[in-house]
Design a protein around this ligand. Structure first.
Ligand code: PLP
Length: 489
């Protein structure tokens, strides 16, 4: 069993020395302090300086840099997180986003024609790529896009006098948790549709679940086990015959971008995760972006504002007959919209086709290598951009995930989807090289061999990380985010 390695470094509070400091800004004059007291009230003023570490600027910079290096990140490590499409974020996009950083959301449109044109063209490009008739850029994440989409579907049924009758949303059993959450937040009852043995929606069970009470069917294609729903046109026909609307969860668009369009499969509403398919930064609490596209019959329900053009002049329009309203302030997360625009324009349609081709190729390569290494493949057929595996009998997925950290590799998505026991959901992005894929497969192979040779090894992993096995629930629910002094203060 490997010896745990001590990788700790002194905390900033331990580096503190009285009187040591970085650059000192000019002190406020007595007048300013008096004025502040006048505004806030004397009792709000500090009597003693805060207990902050006293360190030089260099020590401070090193502290944060070392913390940042402890992070497993896309820029530092392979990160094949299934369903999440952890795409590389091209650095030139940062430059592009910075071009617009001085704009204000409320500035006069005649002084912001450039960004309005960009947003208008992005609405158009996303509509073209998804096969939809109109797009809103407002929603701030995939889940937020789902909410916008389902609220539009609800408004559509209400406008047709079927709002009372249609109370149910159908969701497959493999669906991402946001799908049922969105449906129930929008006031619907969720009914689960089982998957068949081939990983696709069970068509008979689906048909039995349809009826005059169904408002919408939420699907993703390829679905969460990386299988393309080959009967999608039949599903779409039956859903529409029953008067339901078909909702496309676009989180898996990376598998088909530039090749197959949800609109052509019969979907009425689509959300996209720009932070998945279109390379805007992902995770870390940063802003996501979840534009929504709709077919023409839902156009009148779109959230406002939309970017419109007339005689070469661009402006924001609130003129949407039965709009569901605003989803947030402004037009959307503009920095991300600029990054997505830059990505689409850089690659063009040919480049986007290459993205989906390589995403699928990479995932199939890794599936075969994992199978050769002794992992079980849940639906063992040619997959799309991701697949679900599980470790051999007697080995736990959680332990494999922990062991990968010692190799400087981020684990795959674990224990999702719920329909596969000990699920390991792997999605290598299209930008990963053959060498990186091989290194990941080699690590997964070696971990099984080490586990077989030394039964204790897996239970103790990871050995080389700053902290080893955490109480993950407590770490998430009761995080300790600040230094505690020994004396209570
Ligand atoms: C990521 C994801 C979502 C939710 O998107 P967020 O941007 O995280 O809100 C929905 N469905 C699927 C399948 C996803 O992978």
């Amino acid at each position: 069993m490997p010896e745990p390695r001590d990788v700790s470094f002194p905390l900033i509070f331990e580096r503190s020395r009285p009187g040591r400091r970085g650059p000192r800004p000019p002190a406020p004059g007595a007048d300013a302090a008096g004025e502040l007291a006048g505004w806030l009230g004397e009792d709000q003023l500090r009597r003693r300086p805060p207990r902050l570490p006293e360190v030089s600027e260099l020590d401070l910079v090193r502290h944060f840099t070392q913390l940042a290096h402890r992070q497993v990140s896309i820029d530092g490590n392979v990160y094949p997180l299934g369903s999440c499409t952890m795409k590389y974020n091209p650095k030139v996009h940062e430059e592009a986003a910075r071009l617009f950083q001085d704009l204000h959301p409320n500035q006069a449109p005649e002084t912001a024609q450039g960004i309005l044109q960009l947003l208008y063209e992005l609405q158009r490009d996303l509509a073209a790529l998804t096969g939809m008739d109109a797009v809103t850029l407002q929603p701030a994440a995939g889940a937020h896009g789902e909410l916008a989409g389902i609220l539009m579907i609800r408004a559509y049924h209400e406008a047709r006098g079927e709002g009372e009758q249609r109370r149910v949303v159908l969701v497959p059993d493999g669906a991402h948790g946001t799908n049922p959450a969105t449906a129930s937040m929008s006031g619907y009852t969720v009914v689960e549709v089982p998957s068949g043995r081939d990983g696709e929606v069970d068509l008979d069970a689906f048909t039995r679940a349809l009826g005059p009470e169904v408002a919408a069917v939420m699907l993703t294609n390829p679905n969460t086990v990386g299988v393309f729903e080959t009967r999608i046109l039949e599903i779409s026909r039956r859903a529409h015959e029953a008067g339901a609307q078909l909702y496309y969860d676009g989180a898996n668009l990376n598998a088909i971008v530039g090749r197959v369009r949800p609109g052509d499969m019969g979907f009425d509403v689509v959300h996209l995760n720009l932070h998945k398919t279109f390379t805007t930064p992902h995770g870390g609490g940063g802003p996501g972006t979840g534009p929504v596209g709709v077919k023409a019959h839902l156009r009148d329900f779109l959230p406002v504002p939309l970017v419109v053009e007339h005689d070469g002049v661009y402006r924001l329009s609130e003129d949407v007959a039965s709009s569901i309203g605003r989803m947030r302030s402004g037009v959307g997360n503009v920095g991300n919209l600029v990054r997505a625009y830059a990505y689409i324009r850089t690659l063009g349609l040919e480049g986007l086709r290459r993205v989906s081709a390589l995403a699928v190729l990479n995932a199939n390569y890794l599936r075969v290598r994992m199978k050769e290494a002794g992992y079980d493949i849940a639906f063992d057929r040619t997959n799309m951009h991701e697949f679900v595996a599980r470790p051999p009998e007697g080995v736990r997925t959680l332990d494999i995930a922990k062991a990968l950290l010692d190799y400087g590799m981020h684990p795959m998505t674990v224990y999702f989807p719920l329909i596969v026991r000990e699920a390991m959901m792997v999605e290598p992005t299209e930008t990963e090289s053959l060498e990186t894929l091989d290194a990941y497969a080699d690590a997964l192979t070696e971990i099984l061999a080490r586990a077989a040779a030394d039964p204790e090894y897996l239970a103790g992993a990871p050995y080389h990380t700053p902290v080893r096995r955490l109480d993950e629930v407590r770490a998430a629910r009761q995080p300790v985010l600040r230094h505690r002094f020994d004396d209570a203060d």
